[in-house]
Write a protein that binds this ligand. Structure first.
Ligand SMILES: NC(=O)c1ccc[n+]([C@@H]2O[C@H](COP(=O)([O-])OP(=O)(O)OC[C@H]3O[C@@H](n4cnc5c(N)ncnc54)[C@H](OP(=O)(O)O)[C@@H]3O)[C@@H](O)[C@H]2O)c1
Length: 284
């Protein structure tokens, strides 16, 4: 029987290419997205027994419903938590949660939790998280703290996303530790480093996503957008490379090699405060 993979945001951007490449590696792929038209198009373009499931992953209720539905389907070998991103202006999800924190941290945390039994049953299996070097921007913009969902100060999209990505990286490191003997390998990929890829999310950017001191770099960033297909490669490598079996907790850079660049910011204080905040928000 073929191996099953789920790719969130698998109907467009980087996730579409991850889904397509996983299909070429022999996986039966489920792509998740909000728009049925884009879903149908992705299924047609990927081909085979690919399927689309609709969910708005900014809604924790929809994440939980999706997780329950997928969990009922039994053993799972691959979960790629790809949905995430950044926005030029602040917005809140239907749950009243700041969107970057919801989509880059809470949503993948809840989906993964819902699928742990299926991933255990499908072992050897993998969870692959997609991060970004916006973490570095968040640290340069000020020390990220996690007393609450949002940190006081001006909304700067890249820094707000970086803070959420750092929360998720700290969460993922803990998960990797907790699952060490489970047969589930948990990896994180920074697919672009300081570069950016041409995706729907990137197309919605404006210079205001950058801290004021970095806005002069905008034309350079826009001029150097990489193809989304290329950005998918390290994510796919993290998903299928047998050498990474059991290598839980690693962060792999755009070249696929382990990197400490982002992990250096996961301090014990960050991990403890993220754990407490995540528990508190998800229990509310
Ligand atoms: N682009 C970059 O330069 C870059 C750089 C570093 C890291 N990354 C990371 O790579 C990942 C993918 O980035 P991307 O730029 O490809 O993102 P994207 O352009 O937003 O990805 C589009 C895909 O995500 C789906 N999607 C978006 N919002 C969704 C939601 N609320 N619920 C369900 N599906 C949703 C879209 O389908 P629908 O619109 O139909 O929902 C589509 O399938 C993110 O984690 C991002 O942080 C990106």
């Amino acid at each position: 029987m073929s191996q099953k993979a789920i790719v969130t945001g698998g109907t467009g951007g980087i996730g579409f290419h991850v889904a397509q490449q996983l299909h070429h590696h022999g996986f039966t792929v489920t792509v998740i997205g909000r728009d049925p038209g884009r879903g149908a198009d992705a299924v047609r373009r990927i081909g085979g027994d690919t399927r689309f499931l609709r969910a708005d992953l900014s809604s924790l209720q929809q994440v939980r419903e999706l997780g329950a539905r997928l969990a009922e389907e039994g053993p799972l070998q691959m979960l790629v938590n790809n949905v995430g991103g950044m926005w030029p202006t602040r917005w809140e999800t239907a749950d009243g949660i700041e969107a970057a924190f919801a989509l880059n941290h809470l949503s993948p945390a809840v989906l993964t939790e819902a699928l742990l039994d299926a991933l255990r049953a499908g072992a050897p299996s993998r969870v692959v998280e997609v991060t970004s070097s916006s973490i570095t921007t968040a640290v340069l913009d000020g020390t990220p703290t996690y007393d609450d969902v949002e940190q006081a100060g001006e909304y700067v999209g890249m820094a707000v996303t970086g803070r959420a990505k750092l929360a998720h990286l700290a969460h993922t490191r803990q998960l990797a530790e907790d699952l060490r003997e489970s047969g589930i390998t948990v990896l994180t990929v920074d697919p672009l480093g300081p570069a950016a890829a041409a995706t729907p999310n990137a197309a919605a950017m404006t210079p205001e996503i950058l801290p004021p001191a970095l806005r002069h770099l905008w034309p350079q960033i826009q001029g150097g957008l990489r193809p989304a297909s290329e950005s998918a490669r390290p994510i796919v490598a993290a998903s299928v490379d047998p050498a990474l079996d059991g290598a839980s907790g690693l962060v792999l850079g755009p070249d696929g090699a382990p990197s400490e660049d982002l992990l250096q910011f996961v301090t014990p204080a960050v991990s403890a405060s993220v754990r407490a905040l995540t528990r508190r928000v998800l229990a509310a």
